[in-house]
Design a protein around this ligand. Structure first.
Ligand code: THG
Length: 606
């Protein structure tokens, strides 16, 4: 009977193999082994030029008791192989590497110990967040690698040594695409590398990496590998164990690499690795252990021995929902609410931003974004729509810069599907797409929700349908319910990635038709939160006061925001520095605002 990797993982701690690269190096291979001087150092080519060298590594680790061996394909994308002029061999190398590992694993597999093959997928030599390569090119290169690995017979994919979350997203898009095309899936491990400074190479904190991965249902396991020994990993590993709902993977180096006389040296002994891993499994609840650079068969032998006797510590998981930038995560629920979304990077909502856009002053827009952070914004709404300009290009210019230069997560505000996709392809974090609605029925919404799935984004859903913007609380709830069932049942989003916006009209016009606008909106917040407690609710607060003078707007916006939060509002698009705490508004101003919001009409009765 064939046991699957996930079945085996559910039963016990599994052990990955040790270092491939350093094990190959230890064989003192010659240029000839690699296939000639031009290919010397290209480990991936060995599967064609000297498969015996690769088999020897696999055999060593299988003999040592590894449950899972990794294919020798760490750098086997066309992106890396092109550096050796062998991009055309990409598919063949991946297929052969997988086939070699498959044969070796099958030789050792038994009913008592099934053996698995993980397709190793490394980070390439390019960082998409730094513009070294575009999303599409990277995704397509990974798709070719994934196809080769699957054709060669791997059991799972291991996206490892990740340095840039945008690279991870491209790899996941590639894997999801191949799975969809073939009508079958494999389990996927994502493993990030935390450098000695405590973040990924691009500066990403572990919580941001966790958040960015969270929406992707194709990811089965999350963890970390490489860069350091186990000791330096402990704090971040603990964070993963506390927050990730997925099984946890850890594959440390045999210590931090040291340079001794021009040679890289790894000093962690099998004893030391064993001691750390005992704690990682027994105290933190890690499920898969293995070794990265510098780990030998002896290290893996120890891990195989402890895997048999240890049970992962039970974990209590705090899976609070967040969004993320390239750098950090921001939880969507603040206590007390609201989460503030800066409104000013919007060509429709700010004269200054519009003028910068018209002059192509993109770097000054970064300064505006940073100013909003200083003013207290937790997230930033970004809108580059301006009639007569190329919105896709403008969004590209903005998001390329904001991705690396703005520390807080973005909300992509556009009605245009290509603009949204362009932004998501450039953004390394978990963004929010603003927004979908049912104004033109389901078609556009379907496209945007598909993008949210592919790029791992949350979405704002406006309560608008074919009849226009909902005016009553009940109608707002009805539309929210309709959008939610489509989004979750048909398009596979999760409740926690849906943010309803029950839109208010301005109270500033005095129109009879809109006088109950604010009160209906506040009531709808209560109803939506009660009906869909795992979804979030947001509002564009400044809308409520269009047409009034600036001072009146600040008061009305602040009081309205306060009332909305009392009703359960989670977040609001605001001009952060203009929101006043209630105690700073005098009684008269507050009463007037409350009368306006509640449509009390005291003046008319007098
Ligand atoms: N819901 C969602 N998204 C939205 C809105 C919403 N996006 C756009 C808008 N509404 C929220 N953003 C703003 C931005 C600015 C203003 C109002 C809402 C605003 N600006 C001043 C004005 O127009 O008078 C100008 C300020 C200036 O020029 O500096 O009021 O509801 N999901």
């Amino acid at each position: 009977m064939h046991t699957s990797f996930l079945d085996a993982l559910a039963k016990r701690v599994l052990v990955f193999d040790g270092a491939t690269g350093t094990s190959l190096q230890a064989q003192d291979l010659t240029a000839e082994d690699f296939g000639g001087p031009a290919l010397e150092g290209c480990n991936e080519h060995l599967v064609l030029s000297n498969p015996a060298a690769v088999e020897a590594v696999h055999r060593d680790f299988l003999e040592a008791g590894a449950d899972i061996i990794e294919t020798n394909t760490f750098g086997a994308t066309s992106v890396v192989l092109a550096e050796y002029d062998i991009a055309h061999l990409t598919r063949e190398i991946n297929r052969e590497a997988a086939a070699i590992a498959r044969r070796m694993a099958d030789t050792y597999a038994s009913a008592a110990q099934p053996r698995f093959v993980a397709g190793s997928i490394g980070p390439t030599t390019k960082l998409p967040s730094l513009g070294h390569i575009g999303f599409d090119a990277l995704r397509d290169a990974y798709a070719e690698q994934v196809e080769g690995l699957i054709d060669g017979g791997v059991d799972l994919l291991c996206i490892e040594t990740c340095q840039d979350m945008l690279q991870v997203k491209a790899t996941l898009a590639a894997a999801a695409g191949v799975f969809a095309e073939r009508g079958s899936r494999l389990p996927v491990i994502v493993s990030v590398t935390i450098e000695t400074m405590g973040t990924m190479l691009m500066g990403t904190e572990i919580s941001a990496a966790l958040t960015t991965i969270d929406p992707y249902d194709i990811v089965s396991v999350f963890g970390m590998n490489c860069a350091t020994g186990p000791e330096e990993m402990e704090e971040n590993l603990r964070t993963i164990c506390q927050h990730s709902p997925r099984p946890v993977f850890v594959m440390p180096n045999a210590g931090i690499p040291e340079n001794v006389g021009g040679h890289t040296c790894y000093r962690l002994t099998p004893d030391e690795l064993e001691a750390s891993m005992r704690r990682f499994v027994g105290d933190l609840g890690v499920n898969i252990i293995g070794g990265c650079c510098g780990t030998t068969a002896e290290h893996i032998r120890r891990l195989a021995a402890i895997a048999r006797e240890l049970t992962p510590a039970p974990r209590t998981i705090d899976n609070s929902v967040s969004v993320s930038s390239l750098y950090s995560a921001v939880p969507l629920h603040l206590d007390p609410p609201p989460l503030l979304i800066g409104e000013r990077c919007n060509a429709n909502g700010s004269k200054k931003f519009r003028e910068l856009l018209l002059e192509d002053r993109f770097d000054d827009m970064v300064a505006m974004a940073k100013e909003q952070i200083r003013e207290g914004a937790h997230l930033l709404d970004i809108c580059t729509a301006y009639v007569g300009r190329d919105e896709v290009r403008d969004m590209r210019e903005v998001v390329t810069r904001f991705n690396t230069q703005v520390s807080i997560p973005l909300m992509i505000d556009s009605t245009e599907v290509p603009v949204i996709e362009e932004a998501l392809k450039l953004y390394a974090g978990k963004a929010i797409v603003n927004s979908i609605n049912l104004e033109d029925g389901e078609e556009r919404m379907a496209k945007v929700l598909a993008l949210c799935k592919t790029y791992g984004a949350a979405v704002v859903a406006l309560t608008i349908d074919e009849d226009g913007m909902a005016k009553t609380a009940q109608k707002k709830l009805d539309i929210a319910a309709r959008i939610r069932s489509l989004a979750t049942e048909k398009y596979g989003l999760r409740d926690e990635d849906i943010i309803f916006d029950p839109l208010t009209f301005t109270l500033g016009s005095g129109d009879e038709e809109f006088r109950r606008s604010a009160i209906e909106t506040i009531e709808s917040i209560r109803m939506i939160k009660e009906t869909f407690p795992r979804c979030f609710v947001s509002l564009g607060v400044s809308n409520v006061s269009f047409g009034l003078n600036p001072q009146a707007r600040h008061v009305l916006n602040s009081v309205f925001l306060h009332e909305a939060c009392e009703a359960g509002l989670d977040m609001a698009i605001v001009h952060a520095s203009k929101i006043m705490p209630l105690y700073r508004i005098d009684d008269k101003g507050r009463e007037l605002a409350m009368d306006l919001i509640g449509d009390h009409r005291k003046w008319e009765q007098q």
